[in-house]
Design a protein around this ligand. Structure first.
Ligand SMILES: Nc1nc2c(ncn2[C@@H]2O[C@H](COP(=O)(O)OP(=O)(O)OP(=O)(O)O)[C@@H](O)[C@H]2O)c(=O)[nH]1
Ligand SMILES: [Mg+2]
Length: 549
């Protein structure tokens, strides 16, 4: 046998050894290269002290008096301890890999806790496979194997119950859960319960089980995602902030309302019926390809209504014309999410996700928290209300994602990590939104009754013009516009042509600006009549920022 041949055999042998043993040992097989890539040296066995690793992990989180609290467990494992232990137990019954085993030399193997902890930490933090090595005492390749078997096991063991379409019993159970949380009251906190239940009717049970399997809501992970999204959305070319060809419709009138929804839900039909404008209607998808504006005159206000092309899942990441559509939606004072009554109601959540991913917050007030950067002094975190979502560690972790090491943060309510990220990111738009459920001529009264419980919703049939007045009333309510009638001295008010002010801009100054940009210079005072006036009339000067509505 010549020397080349023996080298080849040697390499083949080590490749086989690597394949065979790499994955099944916590003794990391390190093939050391001493500068020359062709020669492999013998692997080094690392005695990690895995029993020590197990004991430490057990004492830290699973003993009777664990070192870390339940809250810390919940945060670090992204689930409650009892849920985690249930998974560990179930995986042990399913796959002997997750049972405590003894190797041929009588040495204890890695414990199921070590294996499952490694897998869940990788999922929760999106961390490299060898990150927990020093703590859990587990090698890189074994970590990867743990993760693979963990995911497979969870799918097999829990899939049938939690990752399938729900049956009637599940729906019943979830509706009860919703009810116990206050569903179906219209208040925001309570909507959550309702929406979860509702979504489930369409098989999005995984949403509810996200606590168990999906670590995507972990604050640091979210901060990372938010950062990446912002980078993705930042225009790469100079002056690229415009909405794009066919979307650069000039803003006109007193308010702008956008129709957003999946294709063929009836957005164009709605625009045509409400405004008398022509936007092509057809039974196939993607009929509308650009932004078509129309105007509604309602209660003296001119409301610009935009018919936007249908969006698809992934729109926020640029699929279809999603980005143009959503960036146009950002310019609207109110968004109408148009849903098809005969399509799954889960579409509601999908559209919301697309808009949220683009920094649009629907029916939400800006977070009531102060975030102030400073030069030095570290992160100073105070809260004037009970907070269950954020603690100093989490706040610091989120800030460090943004390379912020000195800041004062004050919470005035029970803010979430998302709220803090929104404030740090700073480019969020808070827009009122109505869920317009169209094509109700296609569903039964019983189905309509179920839909009636959806918050912020308005049922219509654009085609048959059902409840279009109801929709306009609701749009008016959500836009919070105020009409100011002007009254020439000694004459009756002009009720034909009111000056329209928005809820955010309703001072005397805003009123003057609305009429003419030079008016304020000559303005002395205004006499105001109306329900909010203290006297009839009330004299209002321009210096104070008095609201005249
Ligand atoms: N039954 C019923 N059909 C409707 C209603 N509104 C719209 N449609 C039908 O739904 C289909 C799609 O309507 P469009 O208005 O083109 O839908 P779109 O959302 O603008 O679609 P894209 O432009 O592709 O995004 C057409 O065949 C309409 O006739 C309705 O209230 N009831
Ligand atoms: Mg259309």
């Amino acid at each position: 046998m010549d020397s080349d041949n023996s080298d080849n055999n040697d390499q083949e042998f080590w490749a086989l050894v690597e394949e065979e043993f790499m994955d099944d040992s916590d003794e990391e097989q390190q093939l050391q290269n001493s500068g020359s890539s062709s020669r492999r040296k013998r692997r080094t066995t690392i005695d990690r002290g895995r029993e020590e690793g197990h004991n430490r992990l057990f004492n830290d989180y699973f003993s009777k008096n664990p070192v870390y609290t339940d809250v810390q467990f919940r945060r670090r494992f992204r689930m409650h301890r009892h849920v985690f232990l249930r998974i560990v137990d179930a995986l042990g019954n399913y796959d002997e890999y997750f049972q405590m085993r003894v190797d041929a030399t009588g040495k204890m193997g890695l414990s199921p806790l070590q294996k499952c902890t490694t897998a869940i930490r990788m999922l929760a933090y999106g961390s490299p496979a060898d990150l927990v090595d020093e703590y859990v005492r587990i090698g890189e390749s074994t970590s990867i194997e743990c993760l693979q078997r963990f995911v497979k096991g969870v799918n097999v063991v829990f899939g049938a119950e939690y990752l399938r379409k729900p049956n009637n019993t599940d729906v019943e159970h979830l509706l009860q859960m919703g009810e116990s949380r206050g569903f179906p009251d219209g208040k925001d906190s309570k909507e959550q319960g309702y929406c979860s239940s509702f979504r489930v009717t369409e098989g999005i049970l995984i949403d509810l089980c996200s606590d168990m399997f999906l670590p995507t809501t972990f604050p640091i992970f979210e901060a990372k995602l938010a950062k990446l999204r912002r980078e993705l959305l930042t225009p790469t070319t100079k002056g690229g902030g415009g909405a794009g060809e066919g979307f650069d419709v000039t803003k006109s009138g007193d308010a702008r309302v956008g129709l957003v929804g999946f294709p063929s839900v009836g957005k164009s039909t709605l625009l045509n019926k409400l405004t008398g404008t022509f936007s092509e209607v057809a039974s196939y998808e993607f009929t509308t390809l650009t932004c078509i504006p129309g105007v509604i005159t309602y209660r003296g206000a001119k409301i610009q209504l935009l018919d936007l092309p249908g969006i698809i899942e992934g729109a926020k990441d640029g699929k279809g014309r999603g980005r143009q559509v959503i960036s146009t939606a950002r310019t609207c004072n109110c968004i109408l999410i148009v849903l098809d009554a005969i399509k799954p109601i889960t579409h509601k959540r999908l559209i919301e996700k697309e808009l949220e991913g683009f920094g649009i917050r629907l029916n939400k007030e800006p977070p009531n928290l102060t975030f102030r950067r400073k030069e030095k002094g570290g992160i100073n975190f105070t809260s004037t209300a009970t907070n269950t979502h954020l603690d100093l560690d989490t706040v610091k972790a989120i800030c460090s994602e943004y390379r912020i090491h000195n800041a004062d943060i004050t919470l005035r309510y029970d803010a979430t990590a998302d709220d803090l990220i929104d404030v740090i990111e700073g480019s969020r738009i808070y827009t009122p939104c109505i869920y317009v459920v169209n094509k109700i001529d296609q569903i039964t009264l019983e189905e309509l009754e179920i839909l009636d419980k959806l918050p912020h919703y308005c049922p219509v049939s654009a085609h048959l013009e059902w409840n279009l007045d109801g929709l306009l009333d609701k749009v008016w309510e959500y836009l919070c516009l105020t009409r100011i009638y002007t009254k020439p001295k000694g004459m009756n008010p002009d009720y034909e042509d009111p000056v329209i002010l928005s809820s955010k801009k309703k001072t005397v100054e805003d009123f003057c600006d609305r009429i003419h940009k030079d008016m304020l210079k000559q303005f002395k005072y205004a006499l105001v009549w109306g329900s909010s006036a203290k006297h009839k009339p009330q004299r209002v000067g321009k210096v104070d920022s008095d609201s005249i509505c």
